[in-house]
Design a protein around this ligand. Structure first.
Ligand SMILES: Cc1ncc(COP(=O)(O)O)c(C=O)c1O
Length: 423
């Protein structure tokens, strides 16, 4: 099912989401890709099978005269549904290659395991999604990897302080930034991190810069354009977009993604064909959905910002253009997204009263789906984060995180307004 053609740079990504990477001639002219429910694939000859196995296992490079455009071996390595999704996703960031994973956490975990070694320092933004925080601080440390957190609220100076430290800089194996971060919506300057990584290059090796692009990507932020090595996704969120799949993805150069794919095959983190089929379906409406979600979020955020029960709202659309965050936004982002961090006046009791009284918005973790969701990070998505780090990361009891879907924004505002009456 692999299309031999390259992406058409004269066409917008959204125009290629219904066709690129799939050849209907190979599947009874079915307009939509079929679902390939097979664990294994037959070869046309033993020689062809051997050549393909050599290449995908990294034993040698593919020769120009070799054609593996419709060759597969085993669905833990790859599968037509997986490849169609990966190729289409890559178009959004103009990436050489993409890799899909069983979950966002699998994409992150394989990136750490694939590119970090015992003794390395992992410089990471603070806060991060609770699962990522746990993986970094409680699991990676068992493998001799030392995490060093940089608070996003300290801006570029925070990154400078850590990366210019002679006891840290030379040992950094990776700079991992979640931007905007979950749950407080702060951003990191990607280009600034890339400049540090280049400065730290020694003997042809430098730290990889990896960005968790779940909140805005791939439509409103493309980290690869700013020099990042990997753009990671919880594809469960906007890419999936319907809250009906768990998946992850990575975009980057063919070389970096090739290494990740080898890790994925060996550790067994490949998503099922049906998951990839759903994700491919979702990519067709990705831009439409994200645009509608931003339009709704802008209205909801404006309403919240002026509400007497609200202390303040962290929404990318409300940044002061003169502030460092405002400048990062102008440089990196093309729209403010649909995530709103609302700090209510009060604490847990007020947040819970608000959440308990919502009727149209679902009280649920996760984000990026076409339905609006509201949750309390301190007691839900970030409960496993140490209290001290939660305070440092502005994950207070007064914070409620909203993910705006595609409902009519006035209906959402009416629901939020009546729930706030109970606060
Ligand atoms: C920013 C971010 N990264 C990664 C993840 C993990 O993704 P998944 O739940 O698909 O494993 C999440 C989940 O909420 C997230 O918000």
């Amino acid at each position: 099912m692999k299309a031999k053609n390259a992406p058409d740079h004269n066409l917008k990504p959204e125009s290629q989401m219904m066709s690129y990477g799939y050849d209907p001639n190979l599947a009874s002219h079915s307009v939509k890709p079929p679902l390939y429910l097979t664990s294994t694939f037959s070869f046309t000859s033993a020689e062809h099978g051997k050549a393909y196995a050599e290449v995908i296992n990294g034993l040698r490079k593919q020769r120009p005269d070799e054609d593996f455009s419709n060759t597969y071996i085993y669905s833990r390595d790859t599968n037509p549904n997986l490849e169609i999704f990966e190729r289409r996703l890559a178009i959004w960031e103009n990436a050489e290659a993409g890799a899909a994973f069983e979950s966002g956490m699998a994409a992150i975990a394989f990136t750490f395991l694939g590119f970090l070694n015992p003794g390395d320092i992992l410089v990471h933004s603070e806060p991060t999604y609770g699962g990522t925080d746990y993986l970094i601080k409680r699991i990676l440390v068992r493998f001799g990897i030392r995490p060093v957190g940089v608070r996003l609220r300290d801006g570029k100076a925070g990154l400078d302080k850590v990366l210019n430290d002679p006891t840290i800089g030379p040992k950094v194996g990776m700079i991992y930034l979640e931007s905007p971060c979950n749950p407080s919506n702060l951003m990191a300057d990607i280009g600034h991190a890339v400049a540090h990584a280049k400065r730290l290059e020694k003997d042809g090796k430098r730290p990889l810069v990896v960005i968790d692009n779940t909140f805005l990507g791939p439509v409103f932020q493309q980290p690869l354009k700013h020099g990042a090595d990997l753009s990671l996704y919880s594809a469960t969120k906007y890419i999936g977009g319907h809250s009906d799949v768990i998946a992850g993805a990575a975009l980057g150069s063919a070389e970096v993604i090739g290494q990740l794919k080898l890790m994925r095959a060996m550790l067994g983190g490949i998503p099922a064909p049906h998951t990839c089929w759903l994700l491919t379906r979702s990519l067709e409406t990705l831009k439409l959905r994200m645009n509608a979600q931003v339009a709704g979020a802008q209205k909801v955020a404006a309403f919240l910002a002026n509400h007497p029960k609200v202390d303040y709202v962290n929404y990318l659309g409300h940044l002061d253009p003169a502030s460092e965050q405002g400048q990062i936004y102008a440089k990196q982002c093309s729209a403010p997204g649909a995530m709103i961090s609302v700090y209510l006046k009060g604490g847990e009791a007020e947040s819970f009263r608000f959440l308990n009284n919502l009727k149209l918005l679902h009280m649920a973790v996760s984000l990026g789906g076409n339905e609006s969701l509201a949750e309390h990070p301190a007691s839900m998505t970030h409960i496993e984060v140490d209290l001290e780090d939660r305070i440092e990361g502005d994950i207070t009891d007064a914070l409620v995180r909203l993910s705006i879907g595609i409902e009519d924004p006035d209906d959402l505002i009416a629901d939020i307004e009546q729930a706030l009456l109970h606060v």
